[in-house]
Design a protein around this ligand. Structure first.
Ligand SMILES: [Zn+2]
Length: 245
């Protein structure tokens, strides 16, 4: 296989590798989106539980106040009835005082009840917006989860295809060149093989020495950029067949 053919194979291999790279990145990031929603949902549910507990306590307070108000109202009613039958004024005044006290206490209870009811309304408002938010997040989570499963399936299938493609591509490339490619790939960020444009390496954007450029144009060996070590090819070698990257 001639050198240009080898370079073409390397470029093909690089295409496969960059797709594998971005697929793997996607596979890594997708579950993170799901867990972000899960965390948010958990926080909201904790808040919901706290609000529900507050509402329960406030309702108990309201019931207790209602019961006490009712009981004392009954007592006041009974006292009023008895008042008619009282014969001496000492007893009469004692009962009046008692009724006054009961009424005063109930007025305070009514005030407290109003405050509790206001608090209860506020907590119910908070709860209803939390309920809405939780509903929304649960739907979003379900949707993301389903899409994630699809994505993972699709990506896995594509990865299997790419691995086969990669295997085929590597078979066409002589072992020493493939080793160089793999070595650079393990050390440098993408890409590994780059075109030289007007004597400049498009990997690191630094001019290569004129002598190297002349050798590159001869097409007799695969050169590395002296600065970034990436493999180089001359764009013009591929401009006539139209299928270079
Ligand atoms: Zn370079």
């Amino acid at each position: 296989m001639n050198l240009l053919k080898q370079i073409e194979q390397l470029i093909l291999l690089q295409k496969v590798d960059s797709e594998i790279f971005s697929l793997k990145k996607k596979l890594d990031e997708a579950p993170q989106e799901v867990s972000t929603i899960q965390e948010k949902l958990e926080t909201q549910k904790n808040q919901q539980a706290q609000v529900e507990e507050k509402i329960t306590i406030l309702k108990q307070q309201e019931q207790k106040l209602n019961k006490e108000i009712e009981e004392d109202n009954d007592r006041i009613k009974q006292s009023k009835n008895k008042l008619m039958m009282v014969e001496n004024s000492k007893e009469y005044h004692a009962m009046m005082r008692e009724m006054d006290n009961l009424e005063k206490t109930n007025r305070l209870r009514e005030e407290e009840k109003l405050a509790v009811e206001e608090d209860l309304a506020a907590q119910n408002n908070i709860k209803s917006s939390l309920d809405t938010e939780i509903d929304k997040l649960e739907n979003e989570l379900k949707e993301k989860q389903e899409r994630l499963d699809e994505q993972l399936d699709g990506a896995q299938t594509r990865l299997d295809e790419l691995r086969k493609k990669r295997e085929n591509a590597t078979q066409e490339i002589p072992q020493p060149i493939l080793s160089r490619y793999e070595f650079i790939r393990s050390r440098l960020s993408h890409p590994v093989i780059v075109p030289v444009d007007n004597g400049v390496c498009t990997g690191c954007h630094i001019s290569i020495p004129p002598q190297s450029f002349i050798e590159l144009q001869k097409g007799e060996q695969i050169l590395s950029c002296p600065n970034c070590q990436r493999l180089l090819f001359w764009d013009n070698h591929f401009s006539d067949n139209g299928d270079h990257p």
